[in-house]
Design a protein around this ligand. Structure first.
Ligand code: ATP
Length: 280
């Protein structure tokens, strides 16, 4: 597959995973495949919605400018608005800070059949919090275990969990930040804070690497997505999502068939009583 799937069976080093892969594909071919997979994702998401058995949680994490917003725009082109929502996690409010770190995220987890995309997530509490020592080390260190337990709980409740790290190079980030200055239509995204955070690049890479290695499991895998090329990023993400959902397709079809058969039987019974009473 195009993204590096990490499911706990091995440890990864981010520095060994390229950020600029193209899968050996031209942009044109990749975009065709992305379109086909996007349509397939839409079909599967509809099936999931009507079967109403599994929630889908999509977690997006990455350095500033890594493309979280672009990924959300891309996914929403293919998903039914009825069953999809996005939850963005910013600097916690005083109310959020007065609770445990998972509280605000748990409230936004998807219900059965629905999809929620987390734009940043509970992982910030072992990323920015660790890099800037916003909480004592003995507290954030315990959070990897809390996160594993939280995701186990969601998975035991049949949530399909997919976690994406949008992997860009430091050079690519610089280009994207400079583009925001040059292009008027991107200037609204400018933030001196992004340049300041960039000084902590290696600390963030270390924190991401630890988070990925300590919280990957078959039920809650991480996907490290080479994201220097936006078109390849979209392809790798849609491929991973289609694969994650396809595993359940047969079960959803069976459930829908069963619902259909029951509805037909109920209708037939209703019609037979109507005939008996002379109505039509
Ligand atoms: P994005 O890059 O996701 O589009 P943004 O930079 O445009 O976001 P901001 O308003 O800056 O949007 O909100 C995100 C900021 O909130 C990030 O700097 C992130 O590190 C910070 N943040 C998120 N969760 C936490 C947390 N638990 N503790 C401290 N800071 C957090």
């Amino acid at each position: 597959m195009f993204a590096e799937r990490v499911d706990g069976s091995k440890s990864i080093r981010l520095s060994e995973i390229p950020t600029n892969s193209d899968g050996g594909l031209s942009k044109e071919i990749a975009e065709k495949q992305t379109k086909a997979l996007g349509d397939r994702l839409g079909e599967l998401a509809d099936l999931m919605y009507f079967a109403g058995q599994h929630p889908l949680l999509v977690i997006l994490q990455g350095m500033d400018t890594s493309g979280k917003d672009g990924t959300i725009r891309f996914l929403l082109q293919h998903l039914n608005a009825q069953g999809t929502s996005v939850a963005s996690f910013k600097v916690p409010t005083p109310r959020e800070l007065s609770q445990d770190f998972l509280w605000r995220c748990h409230q936004d987890t998807p219900r059965r059949g629905a999809i929620t995309i987390f734009n940043r997530s509970h992982y910030e509490d072992v990323l920015v919090v660790r890099v800037h020592s916003l909480t004592p080390e003995e507290r954030w260190r315990k959070r990897y275990g809390h996160i594993r337990a939280f995701e186990d709980l969601l998975s035991d409740n049949e949530t399909i969990i997919t976690k994406f790290f949008l992997h860009i190079s430091k050079e690519e980030q610089e280009e994207r930040l400079l583009a925001r200055e040059k292009e008027t239509e991107k200037a609204w995204k400018l933030s001196a804070g992004d340049w300041k955070e960039r000084e902590y690049w290696q600390d963030y890479q270390d924190a991401y690497e630890d988070a990925i290695n300590k919280t990957s499991s078959p039920e809650a895998p991480w996907f490290v997505v080479p994201s220097d090329r936006k078109w390849f990023r979209n392809l790798a993400i849609v491929e991973a999502l289609v694969q994650a959902l396809e595993r359940h397709e047969e079960g959803w079809m069976e459930k829908l068939e069963k619902i259909g058969t029951e509805a037909k039987a109920e209708l037939a019974e209703y019609r037979s009583t109507q005939r008996g009473s002379g109505a039509n």
